[in-house]
Write a new protein. Structure first.
Length: 98
């Protein structure tokens, strides 16, 4: 089966491959991630979307988007705030005993 990989960011076909039918899922309707080389790619659209259709046609076009990875050291989620002031406290925010 002939599979074309179309980059969703650029709209350009960046790869073509012959893939055996048994190596493809029955459907691309659920969110699907492929690994091309060492990079993960999210399948945004498949034409046709079901195995019955792409097996019958012998051709599949996958529109994929490269998933970005971020180093945990670059994520500042552990910082409590970017503001030095404390938030306002009022009677609606009182602690409720358990």
């Amino acid at each position: 089966m002939s599979v074309e990989f179309l980059d969703a960011a650029t709209g350009v076909v960046f790869a073509r491959s012959d893939v055996p039918e048994g190596h493809l899922p029955d459907s691309f309707a659920p969110e699907t991630t492929l690994h091309l080389g060492d990079d993960p790619w999210l399948v945004e659209h498949a034409e046709p979307s079901s195995a019955a259709e792409f097996v019958a046609s012998g051709r599949l076009v996958l529109t994929v988007r490269r998933l970005a990875t971020v180093s945990p050291q670059d994520v500042l989620y552990s910082l409590p705030t970017i503001c030095h002031e404390l938030p306002a406290v009022g009677p609606d925010l009182a602690c409720i005993p358990l």
